[in-house]
Design a protein around this ligand. Structure first.
Ligand SMILES: [Mg+2]
Length: 274
């Protein structure tokens, strides 16, 4: 059976990039790269990393070059062709509509005043993303309420993405325009590329992938994901009657991604297990 087109959207850190907390099969990444090299596969990295850090990871972890990259937690989209990265300004225009009255610098200043929040490095900020660190020991519920009150007071429509860096142990908070997230960026790309729902698969491991896990997109949760994340994702799809759209892989990292693709598309050719 011939392979139909596949838009493979995958998170990077903790999904195809091992974080050292679980063993990685030695052939996991080479097999992933071989799979993605097939002409019917369009590879999209969907990540919190900025463009520079995506490129660094590709080199450092011998990952395949993507066809597209959705970076900065969904606030930027790049097309990658022959090693050249081109920003998709159509996505910037789309987001600018959402964040018309707001200015990233102003938001950074206002929210930096909240006790417990610390602005991330300049390279982590962009036109449509303001990012903070918080101490993992912080009372997260209290911090969340403070942030949400501030947003309501300022009448800002933002997506707040809360996650924890499992290696460094500190919390991460990204503030983005309502329309900027991994899910909406994937949908935008899918629409612009005229790719049908049945030809998309997403893989991820953590809190900032949750919106995609909750969505109508076929998703893979890699086996190394935290139990807390797995439970939340499973509960969400069970409640929405979409259990068939979440696959919890046993395999870790890239091996889990390939296992999930095999689950959704049993006819796909894999080079594992040679
Ligand atoms: Mg991740």
């Amino acid at each position: 059976m011939a392979n139909s087109a596949l838009l493979l959207c995958t998170d990077m850190d903790g999904t195809v990039i091992p974080d050292g907390r679980h063993p990685e099969a030695p052939d996991a990444r080479p097999a992933f790269a071989a799979f993605c090299a097939q002409p019917h596969v369009t590879l999209v990295y969907v990540t919190g990393r900025d463009r520079g850090l995506v490129q660094k990871a590709i080199a450092e972890f011998s990952l395949p070059l993507p066809d597209y990259a959705i970076t900065d937690v969904g606030s930027m989209i790049y097309a990658v062709q022959d090693g050249a990265w081109t920003e998709w300004t159509a996505w910037n225009d789309e987001l600018a509509r959402d964040w018309a009255a707001m200015d990233g610098t102003g938001i950074a200043r206002l929210f930096s005043e909240i006790p417990g929040l610390r602005l991330q490095e300049e390279s982590k900020q962009n036109l449509h993303k303001v990012s903070f660190y918080f101490d993992a020991a912080t009372n997260r519920e209290h911090l969340r309420q403070t942030v949400e009150k501030q947003l309501a007071d300022l009448n800002l429509r933002c997506n707040c993405i809360w996650s924890v860096d499992p290696v460094l142990g500190y919390g991460l908070l990204d503030l983005l325009p309502k329309g900027a997230n991994k899910l909406l960026a994937i949908r935008f790309l899918q629409e612009r590329l005229s790719v049908g729902q049945e030809d998309v698969v997403f893989a991820g491991d953590s809190g900032n992938d949750m919106q995609v896990f909750h969505s109508e997109i076929r998703s893979i949760l890699v086996g190394n994901a935290d139990e807390e994340v797995r439970q939340e994702a499973v509960e969400a799809v069970t409640q929405s009657g979409r259990s068939n759209l979440l696959y919890c892989a046993r395999g870790f990292y890239a091996a889990g991604v390939l296992e999930g693709i095999r689950h959704y598309q049993p006819h796909e050719r894999m080079e594992e297990g040679r």
